[in-house]
Design a protein around this ligand. Structure first.
Ligand SMILES: Nc1ncnc2c1ncn2[C@@H]1O[C@H](COP(=O)(O)OP(=O)(O)OP(=O)(O)O)[C@@H](O)[C@H]1O
Length: 258
């Protein structure tokens, strides 16, 4: 199910403002890739380019090529909804549908895709909740509102909702930034488990987290305010954190700037 993501010369704009320029990077299937870098260097913009969420904003556009297992997702004939189904996204703040039960949150995407059969939905919900390491905590209260869970549980619920539709790539934009350390560790454990099946790309401000969870790390930066973000270095996480090739990467990970 996991797929390779390849960016070739990806440049993204907000109106006339160029937010990222000429990003080239290949993300291997069944790996976790961390995007790190100072605020405003375009990590989220790049992430949102991968599932065509960037272009939702008026005036926003993407140039260059983005392929998923060789399929150009910006091709004219591509169905954008299908792209977003294939590439799931988890956001910074847990955002369960507030009026829906835990069960309905998990199966919301499946229902949108036309799945109606109760037994299919029940099986899918259990599978997704187990994968998200949440089943044991919620199995006796599936009919209760998703909004009644703790922040960490809500984020795992959102992850369950994302993987219930069996995407091939999972994008996570600072998924732990609103969580306490215990919930953060739970999500990190989960990423480790999920990479058996999915290609995961995560934006994080937390260096330790990038070092703990990712196989490869991409370091983005900007020269000065108003300049586009660029990919400075991309390598195995261990290499980036122990012996980066570029001085700027070293300065960032050792806390000298950013
Ligand atoms: N909706 C928007 N409209 C206009 N400019 C935007 C918009 N969103 C982001 N930008 C600009 O694009 C650039 C990249 O922003 P982006 O959020 O991708 O960076 P980031 O590295 O994810 O930052 P952070 O770590 O602070 O979340 C920044 O200069 C930002 O101000």
């Amino acid at each position: 199910m996991a797929k390779r993501v390849e960016a070739e010369g990806v440049t993204a704009y907000y109106g006339s403002f160029k937010a990222i320029e000429n990003i080239n990077l290949t993300v291997e299937p069944k790996t976790v890739t961390a995007l790190i870098g100072p605020s405003g260097c375009g990590k989220s913009t790049f992430l949102r380019s991968i599932n065509r969420m960037h272009e939702v904003l008026p005036g926003a556009r993407v140039d260059g090529k983005l392929t998923i297992d060789g399929q150009d997702i910006y091709d004219r004939d591509v169905d954008v909804t299908a792209v977003r189904r294939m590439i799931g996204m988890v956001f910074q703040r847990p955002n369960p549908f507030p009026t829906m039960s835990i069960f309905d949150n998990v199966v919301a995407g499946l229902k949108l895709n036309g799945v109606r059969k109760k037994s299919v939905l029940e099986d899918a919900a259990e599978k997704a909740l187990r994968s998200a390491n949440l089943w044991d905590e919620v199995k006796d209260r599936l009919g209760k509102p998703g909004a009644g869970l703790s922040g960490g549980q809500q984020q795992r619920l959102c992850i369950a909702r994302t993987i219930a539709v069996e995407p091939q790539v999972v994008l996570m934009d600072e998924p732990c930034s609103a969580l306490d350390p215990i919930s953060t560790l739970a999500i990190e454990d989960l990423m480790f488990k999920l990479k058996d099946q999915y290609t995961i790309i995560i934006v994080t401000h937390n260096m330790q987290q990038a070092a703990r969870v990712s196989d490869r790390t991409a370091f983005f930066s900007i020269e000065r305010t108003g300049d586009p973000g660029r990919l400075i270095e991309y390598d195995y996480t261990q290499k980036i954190f122990s012996n980066p090739s570029v001085k700027k990467t070293e300065d960032y990970i050792t806390g000298r700037f950013g």
